[in-house]
Design a protein around this ligand. Structure first.
Ligand code: KG4
Ligand code: ZN
Length: 348
């Protein structure tokens, strides 16, 4: 079965054709980072304009690369939410138009589930090794723990009450005068810094629930940065490179510790067969290594999965993959789906 995936929930315009849920025949992703980095974050109206400009060329290129005709796909899977409303609208409207013109069924996919399914891409494991799976989804827009009992049973155990982990990386990068997106820059600098240089909080690690909160951590960084700038003798109030590396390392460690502690608590309670990490922040080496090490220490029988780094950030292959496993008979006509920027996990 060949599925065309379309993803435009934030600032990546992506199309992919995936065979039988796992084999990527083609994947084309166009990032808008260059457009947004001057603003230090994603500018929603601008993102929509870029999606509109790029979605048809990206989809065309995807078919060219796959060397197949639209008539040979079985259906279209498109991200309907959660995400930025103007961005989602473009992907969903284009996917509906293609479904109409090509007379294909369409399936509306949750972006969060799609991130989880990045774990299936280009892999060959049996599902019985996986369920129940504890899934930690950490991206720029979301941070949540999910219990996945089967391909059709997802339960959110807890989520962030304010900033997502990726958002915190991006905001702290801005405070430190670094570029956008902040996650990759901070994680590179962190390798050269002292992770114990600053005593930062590990928010909500002692609560009974599985919620997160990262805005206080960002404020703690802000306070130290302001103090440092006040003491700076230089006119420009610039931060010295040792300070920036040490702060990057200390901040990254605080985020990683928090995510690991909460995930282990959930694993102790729900006794999953596997732990699956996903989302843009799953590209972070420290998080990948720490979570794998700690879950094996807790219970060596729990399998640990994390997507290849290139499938952690937004891409349409994970949407097509999720469509393969979740859709069953729920594929519909082009006029029966719509975007939903606040889509909850319980929905499709
Ligand atoms: O999943 P994604 O592409 O988009 C959303 O659905 O939000 O995630 C993007 C987020 C950004 O906040 C970015 O800073 C973060 O993922 N990120 C990282 C790393 N690579 C990307 N955060 C920490 N370490 C990284 N290596
Ligand atoms: Zn995402």
């Amino acid at each position: 079965m060949k599925i065309l995936g379309i993803e435009t929930s934030c600032d990546e315009t992506s199309a992919s054709i995936v065979k039988d849920g796992r084999d990527i025949i083609s994947l084309i992703t166009l990032s808008q980072i260059d457009v947004h980095k001057q603003y230090g974050g994603v500018f929603p109206e601008m993102a929509a304009r870029e999606h509109l400009k790029n979605i048809i060329p990206v989809t065309h290129q995807c078919f060219e690369k796959a060397k197949i005709k639209p008539g040979n796909i079985d259906f279209i899977a498109v991200t309907i939410g959660p995400g930025l409303p103007p961005s989602l609208l473009i992907g969903v409207q284009i996917a509906k138009s293609l479904a109409y013109v090509w007379n294909k069924p369409i399936y509306g996919m949750s972006h969060i589930k799609a991130h989880i399914y990045a774990n299936w891409l280009e892999r060959n494991f049996e599902d019985k090794k996986v369920f129940p799976a504890l899934c930690l989804v950490v991206s720029g827009g979301h941070t949540l723990l999910v219990l996945m009992k089967s391909h059709r049973e997802f339960k959110a155990l807890g989520e962030t009450r304010d900033d997502a982990a990726g958002e915190a990386f991006d905001k702290v990068a801005r405070l430190l005068g670094l570029g956008y997106p902040g996650g990759p820059i901070i994680s590179k600098l962190a390798e050269k810094g002292n992770r114990k240089a600053f005593d930062l909080p590990r928010p909500m690690i002692d609560t009974e629930d599985f919620d997160f909160s990262f805005s206080g951590l960002k404020t703690a960084v802000l306070r130290i940065v302001k103090e440092k700038e006040c003491c700076s003798k230089s006119e420009k109030k610039s931060l010295d490179s040792k300070f920036v590396k040490d702060m990057a390392a200390s901040f990254e460690q605080a985020v990683v510790d928090t995510l690991v502690i909460k995930s282990l608590k959930a694993a102790q309670k729900f006794k999953p067969k596997s732990l699956m990490l996903s989302g843009g922040v799953a590209a972070n080496g420290n998080l990948r290594n720490s979570l794998k090490k700690e879950i094996k220490k807790l219970d060596p029988k729990i399998e640990f999965f994390v997507p290849e780094i290139k499938y952690c950030t937004d891409n349409a292959a994970m949407v097509a993959c999720a469509g393969f496993y979740c859709s069953k008979k729920e594929r519909v006509r082009f006029d029966e789906i719509d975007s939903d920027a606040n889509l909850r996990l319980g929905g499709r």
